[in-house]
Design a protein around this ligand. Sequence first.
Ligand code: FE2
Length: 299
Amino acid sequence: MRKLYAIPLGLAATGAATFGYASVVERNWFHLRRFDVPVLPPGRPPVKILHISDAHLTPGRKRLIRWVRSLEELEPDLVVNTGDTLSHRDAIGPFLDALGPLLDRPGVFVYGSNDLYSPVFKNPARYLWRTSKSDYKKRRREPDLPYRELGSSLQAAGWLDLNNRIGRLKVGELDIEFGGIDDSHINRDRYDKIAGPVDPQADVHLGVMHSPEPRNMDRFAADGYDLLLAGHTHGGQVCVPFFGALATNCGIDRPRVKGLHKHRGSWLHVSAGLGTSPTAPVRFCCPPEASLLTLVPRQ
Ligand SMILES: [Fe+2]
């Protein structure tokens, strides 16, 4: 009789321990990833970009807020936020607190679907057979999160809104041209509004989007953007040891679900993000992250 219960009890205990690790330990085990990206004209000094994404912030995520605030120590020259910042209508104040002095630095942002729509419970395993794109078509009509207020707050600090817009910033001595699009996951991307070759007078050209959708990445690359920045995938969020992500939740391939890669003639950096939706509060073999991308001269 004892043996009869031993196996299910053992499995239940292992499952509970794994869930505890994924939800309490790894979900708060923040990592900083560093990459050098050779996109600058020869002879230019390095420029540091802090890439943050997918905070999915709720006011109670104090450890996430403290960790983001500590990133000011990196003294980045530019901050790029690729969306899914909110998961609660009262999260704007805590997010601005998290940025703290980073807000005084040059910055740019785009929205993700979760900045517009509050989280609803879904079966987390559904990502294995389809993306969450259809959830928005079926259930959602009007945005119910204060994404416009988020945008206004960031713009008030001098950050550029790149949702279907071109932008330009002088960062140190570097003239940076930006092209950005709103979230393709909810069909708000309008690449036609920014389409066209990059300005050769600018020193470097950055393409910014939430979801790394290949049809948009192709257009950024064809227009001459040097580096594309995206989030959305959460790096797979729940990964299998020695295998990696099971799904990407968009059109990008699994090997490029996070990290620095090439896309045609451009570099591509996909952030695995800082947070998780409150309805799926676990990470496994895919810790939350921010990235410090150091732009260096081309070889
Ligand atoms: Fe996200």
